[in-house]
Ligand binder design. Sequence first.
Ligand code: FES
Length: 562
Amino acid sequence: MGSQPQPSIDLSSIDIPPPTTLEQIRTSKLRPFGPVLSGIDKQLRSGKLYVSPLGLSEDEHDLTFHGGPDKAIHQYCSSNYSFWHSLYPSPEILAKFVPGGFGENFVADGLNESNVCIGDLVRIGPAGSTLTGGANGCLLEVSLPRQPCFKLNQRFGIKNFAPRTHQEAKTGWYYRVKEEGWIHEGMEIRIVRRTQPKWSIARLHHYVHRDTKDDAVTEELAAIEVIGNECRKVFIKRLRKIQSKNARRSEAWVPFTVKSKSLETPRIVRLELERVRKSESPEKIDAGSHAYIKLPNGLRRAYSVVRGNTDCFVLGVARDDSSRGGSTYIHDKLTLGDTIGLASIGAGMSRDQMASNHIFIAGGIGITAFLAMMERLSNINQTFHLHYAVREASEVAFTDLLSRFSADVTIYDKSKGQRMNIPDILTNRVWNSHVYICGPQRMIDGTVEAASAAGMTSDEIHYEVFEGADTTGDPFTVDVLSNETKGPLEVESEQSLLDVMRDAGFDIGSSCGVGNCGTCRVPVKSGRVQHRGTALTEIEQKTEMLACVSRGIGHIVVGLPE
Ligand code: FES
């Protein structure tokens, strides 16, 4: 008899904690905070304050990340600060870990991320009474775990502090207002009803950030309506992916037609693809994603999505002189109305949400990896700058999209002798900047070297090759371990391991074909490997290889992906 997979954490019911006291109430006006406006610097208030559906009177929010009915009020447990003291004992940081440090409205002890559950109804009012509203206080509902943004890093001067807060489940939580009323410090905070005793704030963080693979939990959380939209949509999106993966098993390639095709530059085509059978609710495609498509001539390729949704999107495709047939076919043969199959839209390079500023370095077609990210950053008021190198002005692609960000874009025209001084750019970066590179290998190598010399750590450097990934090399042989082991198979100089394994009948997935995405990874059982591509970390390279670009040395033994 089959058994259900066990959840990765204890999901037993959590008891309601005893009532506690509202120690402090804090509010703020929006003030400049680095390059943005923020209401994080909340001041202590005394006396009566009115709570309405948008929060406390005189409290202002940066609506990009905070505020609104689901984030009307933020509460933080005062004893969390002693935890942070023990973790960051240096005197200058210590002084910042005091009540109000997290930009909370309510400071109280006794309620924390492990004993407060989503949907809890919480009364703030005079002790010993059950009345709510008006002079009797207000009634609140726990709506969301706080998702800390990069501002916390700046606030405490600690890089990557924000993700640490949800790893430790010490983020605080938000309330929506169910009943308005007057409150003041010293009132009682009491949980009066609990409807979701399994789902503490800490457990939600676990399933938002760490265990993202539990399909049963995803389905359960996607259905809990009391979870605020910011968090619930994470589970709804995940659930849709599970459903579409299941659907794809019966329809491997989703048909799209070429809706429009035009030349962006003499060497770059703009291709708009539209789904033949429209879906009910197309989803916006994440910035930086790749579409893995099958061309009418049977070739399979991955290209960066410039913009669009899952029913209609735009790709940019450069003519590649060393093309293996994909880009020349698209440039020379593909016409309006042709049918193209879409296998998947996969994640590519993504922005680091904890960075305070983003530096994009693009060469040629590499620009396509960044356009959607720039649009997203602009929409959420985050700062970035694109440095874009072209051989001559006529090679600047997607000028209509770039014109929106002209103050944040520098174009270097080689024909006019303009050179991108990458060491200068990186040396003079603002605090907590991340750099992203998409272009030829030499540009990536030069930028990575300059970034290291400028003191940037490897997690602040992100890159993706989009030209000239070499898949050829010395021949080698391979045994493939499976139910029916095959080998030795010969991989000739011009072949990739991926080609040879597929020819031998093994169903190995692939996406980018140039070592960026990791779709084609296979376990290495024995032998030496010449690793290429960027998708595997050094640790992963000890046990895996990318079948599309990496090569064995002599003889190797590989397994099949799980
Ligand atoms: S197919 Fe993307 S890394 Fe191999």
